[in-house]
Design a protein around this ligand. Structure first.
Ligand code: SIN
Ligand code: CO
Length: 373
């Protein structure tokens, strides 16, 4: 893979080997000349929307106050020390989506979202750590970061957000627009706005095993197949009628032990789980859907692009899109893998797709999962 300006001239392989999960990396001018993708007003408007996750944090009179969105009104922009955090802006804005996708040297299954934080002078979320890797990209104004690898991650009780009790910074930097700071999980940091500023956080997802295990068993509950029911033709009279007999337990255990999970079951579960849209996501079907025939004609001319909100993954023959899964015919796999990887097909690729694939494309178009390019 080639060297990326985004990674300060490292290849993704070098970045993963030396920094990912290991140590911070400051990249000056990761995106040279970066201008904010959304104006302050556009960001405030997003925070007012029901389907957008946002938080307002004020730190007035030494008191932290956290308000969950939708945020109808924000404090005066000339008032110091407040921050507006808007999650998953990539789902609502094409430019933010395109920026997030620049980080696709990390697999889609690990990429979470692009959060934008707006702060007035001295604003910030306080010294803290995150459980996930993060790239902090300065998009507007300047922010003063202090970071440290401390082991003591005790947080102060009783605050509406997680603030480290004893922050011990070891390094500090001022980030200008286009600069970016990578931090591994659990790395302590504190970013303070020097005047009005906006920072974009590129976040990752790492599902907890407990959560995966619970969801997997629920998924399997719908698909296990244990025919027959308990019988005991050899039943003997009992003097202890309240006791569950050893014979009953062994016979039932011998059946339940037949519940076995193959790697294919796990792949099916995982693809569905990881491609499931976030709770806040709704898809917008086209205002007037084209018929299948008209749609394919148009798609052959213009190509198609997956919606910003669509998560499409695959594993072997299994294709996953927005929580649904199906097995691709051998001949269709190349086209569907290409769609998932490039998030688009050009006209020629649509033209050479099988009827089954074209039908699926039309269905996904009517669901708002993809658009004509
Ligand atoms: C921020 O951008 O204000 C906070 C981001 C972070 O520290 O994770
Ligand atoms: Co953080």
């Amino acid at each position: 893979m080639k060297k990326l300006t985004l990674l300060g001239g490292l290849t993704p392989a070098q970045f993963f080997r030396d920094y990912w999960h290991k140590k911070p990396l400051l990249i000056r001018q990761a995106i040279p000349g970066l201008k904010p993708l959304l104006s302050r007003q556009a960001l405030f408007a997003l925070a007012r929307q029901e389907d957008v996750e946002s938080r307002l944090l004020t730190h007035f009179d030494q008191q932290y106050k956290l308000e969950n969105g939708p945020i109808d009104t924000v404090p005066d922009i000339h008032q110091k020390n407040w921050t507006l955090l808007v999650q998953s802006v990539n789902l609502h804005n094409d430019a933010a989506n395109a920026l997030l996708r620049q980080f696709r040297f990390v697999p889609d299954a690990r990429l979470d979202d692009l959060m934008i934080s707006y702060a007035t002078d001295t604003g910030g979320v306080g010294p803290h750590f995150d459980s996930y890797d993060v790239f902090l990209l300065q998009a507007h104004g300047r922010r003063h970061w202090r970071i440290g690898a401390q082991k003591d991650l005790t947080i102060i009780d009783g605050l509406p957000l997680k603030i480290l009790r004893d922050f011990q910074p070891e390094e500090e930097f001022v980030l200008e627009p286009g600069d970016m700071l990578y931090l591994p999980p659990q790395y302590a940091h504190d970013g303070i706005a020097l005047g009005e500023c906006m920072t974009y956080s590129i976040g990752f997802r790492a599902p907890a095993y407990q959560e995966l295990g619970e969801a997997f068993l629920q998924f399997m509950a719908d698909s296990i197949d244990l025919p027959g029911k308990y019988t005991d033709p050899d039943l003997k009279p009992t003097a202890r009628p309240a006791e569950i007999s050893g014979a009953m337990l062994s016979r039932i255990s011998a059946e339940l032990i037949k519940v076995q999970f193959t790697e294919d079951d796990m792949a099916l579960f995982l693809g569905g789980y990881l491609s499931e849209p976030k709770a806040s996501v709704t898809f917008k079907p086209p205002v007037r859907s084209l018929s299948a025939e008209k749609f394919i004609q148009a798609a052959i001319k213009r190509g198609i692009t997956l919606s910003r909100k669509t998560q499409m993954l695959y594993r072997g023959k299994h294709i996953f899109i927005n929580g649904e899964s199906f097995a691709a015919a051998r001949a269709d796999k190349a086209t569907l893998d290409l769609l998932a990887n490039s998030r688009a097909l050009d006209g020629k690729e649509v033209a050479s797709a099988s009827l089954d694939v074209q039908e699926a494309l039309h269905l996904w178009y009517t669901d708002g999962w993809l658009n004509l390019t």
